[in-house]
Ligand binder design. Structure first.
Ligand code: SF4
Length: 312
């Protein structure tokens, strides 16, 4: 499907120059090049500037609660494993209130993608320090330098069990598009940290800052892929080392890819025969052969949550 068809008519109201525009463009391009069917593709978000993504993309979507995009997405994917599920959340949303869910998804290795917009601040609520802002950094909304240490999203994803772990940059949408496509095609839980300048509240990690520091892992000869089962621990351990390397540069690209791990859905199928062919979403809820809820009941229940996008 051509790229423009993935654009909704909802006005994109981020601040002019925000890195989120690059992420949105990369997502449109990835969906278009993968030719994803809108009715079988779901974008799920939490709360924050990144949380508005489902409004801007013309596929199915859920704008959920702060920190709860992953459990919503988990329910959707397990109810219907045929769907392509992509979670969007900010650093505050996913690594603050949503942290436990992030770890649980990695442990389960459910086949879906998490794209984390990392701008180091809580942009929607006026720029407080987020869990990825390093200690000692003073952005313009902070009265004094940050007192807390930052967590490393790549290390956390590796330690949690994600089987595809990458970092992209919002101002390089073409490269980010390729990462998103590879993450969606990967079988298992995939995670992309996207470095995203917040032009309004983060005057330290700016586009200028990144333009002087970013390099691609492949240009450094890095090979992220586990080639056989006996190589998993060794590759994981060198991916950790790569993620904490301090050379005053910022690597982007794929840190780790393990195509051998079973997904939660595979394990579920072993326990519950025919789960993938006949998942909960394809079963009718009935008592004595009579449906508990009819199609009409569903329409009444959910009609108020549907955002109608008008096309000329
Ligand atoms: Fe983007 Fe920051 Fe504005 Fe939010 S506050 S829309 S992250 S520039």
């Amino acid at each position: 499907m051509e790229l423009n068809k993935y654009k909704s008519d909802v006005w994109v109201d981020w601040c002019p120059g925000c890195g989120n525009f690059g992420i949105l463009l990369a997502l449109y391009k990835a969906f278009s090049e993968l030719n994803l069917a809108p009715e079988k593709t779901i974008v799920v978000s939490g709360i924050g500037c990144s949380g508005k993504m489902p409004y801007f993309v013309n596929v199915s979507g859920v704008y959920s609660l702060h920190g709860r995009a992953i459990p919503f997405a988990t329910g959707i994917k397990l109810a219907n494993p045929e769907l392509t599920v992509v979670v969007h959340g900010g650093d505050g949303d996913i690594f603050g209130i949503g942290m436990g869910h992030f770890v649980a998804l990695g442990r389960r290795n459910i086949d879906m993608t998490v794209i984390m917009h990392n701008n180091g601040v809580y942009g929607l609520t006026k720029g407080q320090a987020s869990p990825t802002l390093p200690r000692g950094i003073k952005t313009k909304a902070l009265i004094k330098p940050n007192l807390q240490d930052a967590l490393n999203p790549i290390c956390l994803a590796l330690a949690s069990g994600y089987t595809f772990v990458a970092r992209g940059y919002a101002m390089q949408p073409e490269y980010l598009k390729e990462l998103i496509k590879t993450a969606i095609l990967h079988k298992g839980a995939s995670f992309i940290e996207v470095l995203q300048p917040c032009v309004t509240y983060n005057n330290v990690y700016t586009a200028k800052f990144y333009s002087e520091k970013i390099y691609k892992l492949e240009d450094d000869g890095w090979d992220p892929t586990v080639k056989n089962l006996s190589e998993i621990n060794e590759k994981l351990s060198s991916s950790f080392k790569k993620a904490i390397e301090l050379n005053n540069k910022v690597p982007i690209g794929v840190f780790y890819r393990n195509p051998y791990a079973s997904t939660f859905e595979d394990r579920f199928e072993e326990r519950l025969q025919n789960y993938k062919n006949f998942p909960p979403a394809k079963q009718s809820i009935s008592i004595d052969g009579k449906p508990v809820l009819t199609d009409e009941d569903f329409k009444i229940l959910f009609s108020k949550y549907i955002v109608k996008v008008k096309k000329d």
